[in-house]
Design a protein around this ligand. Structure first.
Ligand SMILES: [Zn+2]
Ligand SMILES: [Zn+2]
Length: 419
């Protein structure tokens, strides 16, 4: 009875307050700007004690335009930025944010499913092309054998790009085209895997598909961010995510939708939707125990006809703060405040501003690359056969472009003859 009275009193107070605010609110100006309820990238200062998290991928291994696969960007008030998982399609989302690529050099991979690291190649090659002038740093777990670890996956990816890199070396600033991998023990519990500039990242085991997957905790300035990657509910998550500020945990498509929309057999839907992944009901149970300031559910296709079902199922077991994530959802967090919005981004973006001076290609770049890969030095360029196929009728117009640049910039650019 007392409880009901309190709610009634609060309601009346809010009603009165609302009327009061309404009465004193000034008319909106027809000419002055006013604050909008979305996040426009690079339009707001990040306060020194503030953390901003942007969902750059919230979907599934089955690709779709509306949602990239797993990727969360964490930006801190000290200027540091961290990427957690880099699933297929997420590099495009990141490019829409127009952040200088030198600041996007730290990627933490929770496990090696393609929907969690499928865009690594684009961040590696495209990121360097868009201004990253330092190695791309990657942290990820080992596995039960070397072939099942992150170092192996990244090494093979770099080998896969041999032709791509061989065609660039010697022509462009090659500093960004290198990878720096730190592999750590997937079984280590709450172990520090990164500690720089007041930021600590820890790892703890996850349960998903095979041994190897991990979840991450990032702590800075009294704030704690948890990224689950993929996992079946597990005891380590319950222990180490407890009372964190923002907790991202997978919440898979509900079993009925796996059957009707993903066209899984009922057997497959039940195993994948409840045993390999975390079902919405199980997600709720995890969050009810972990009690974050904000629970973030991701890893389901968020549509007009699936969202209600995911929400209803979560709400059977969890009644706390909840964000059903979609791409470009943004969380601003300080010790006292939590603001959740969507970002509105440009699609036709180019390279963002450069954070460091560009350089010309190093004169030993080709030699070093040949030595590193075993590709003969004389193969790092065209053969005489291909050079002889060049249609020389265009020389005149191309030479003019060189002359135009030389005139415009007041220094001579020498036309490359017969190369
Ligand atoms: Zn997975
Ligand atoms: Zn996944």
């Amino acid at each position: 009875m007392n409880h009901g009275k309190t709610i009634l009193q609060t309601f009346v107070t809010l009603l009165l307050l609302g009327n009061l605010l309404h009465a004193t609110e000034s008319k909106p100006s027809p000419t002055e700007p006013r604050e909008r309820d979305y996040y426009a990238p690079n339009s707001e200062k990040l306060a020194p004690d503030e953390m901003r998290i942007i969902a750059c991928g919230t979907g599934m291994p089955t690709t779709r335009s509306a949602q990239a696969a797993a990727c969360f960007l964490v930006e801190l008030g000290n200027g540091d930025k961290f990427i957690f998982d880099i699933g297929s399609g997420s590099a495009e989302r990141i490019s829409a944010l127009q952040i200088p690529y030198d600041y996007l050099d730290k990627i933490f991979i929770g496990h090696l499913h393609s929907d969690h690291f499928g865009s690594l190649g684009e961040m590696f090659i495209g990121g360097a092309l868009m201004g990253r002038q330092k190695p791309l740093r990657i942290w990820g777990p080992n596995g039960r054998t070397p072939e099942l670890g992150t170092a192996y996956a990244v090494k093979k990816m770099e080998e896969m790009y041999t032709w791509d890199l061989a065609g660039r070396v010697g022509l462009v600033d090659f500093r960004g085209y290198s990878l720096d991998v730190t592999e750590f023990d997937y079984k280590a519990e709450n172990a520090v895997i990164y500690q720089e500039n007041g930021v600590t990242v820890r790892s703890f085991p996850a349960i998903h598909s095979l041994d190897g997957p991990v979840s991450f905790a990032l702590e800075w300035n009294g704030l704690k961010f948890i990224f689950g990657s993929d996992t079946y509910p597990n005891k380590w998550f319950i222990k180490y995510a407890k009372d964190a500020d923002l907790v991202v945990h997978e919440c898979f498509v509900a079993v009925p939708d796996l059957i009707t929309k993903m066209r899984f057999t009922p057997e497959q839907a039940l195993v994948v939707g409840t045993q390999i992944h975390t079902s919405p009901e199980a997600f709720g149970k995890v969050m009810q125990t972990v009690k974050p300031r904000m629970a973030v559910a991701y890893h389901f296709f968020k549509d007009f006809d699936t969202t209600a079902q995911v929400n209803d199922r979560i709400r059977k077991t969890y009644d706390g703060p909840l964000s059903l994530a979609e791409d470009f959802m943004v969380w601003n967090i300080t010790k006292d405040k939590m603001r959740v919005r969507m970002a509105v981004v440009e699609e036709h973006t180019w390279a963002p501003p450069l954070a460091s001076e560009p350089k010309l290609a190093g004169k030993d770049d080709k030699k070093n690359y040949a030595k590193k890969t075993g590709v003969p030095l004389d193969s790092l360029g065209y053969s005489k056969y291909i050079i002889d196929g060049k249609w020389t009728e265009v020389n005149k117009v191309l030479r003019e472009t060189y002359e135009e640049a030389s005139d415009a910039l007041g220094r001579e650019f020498k036309y490359p003859e017969n190369k």
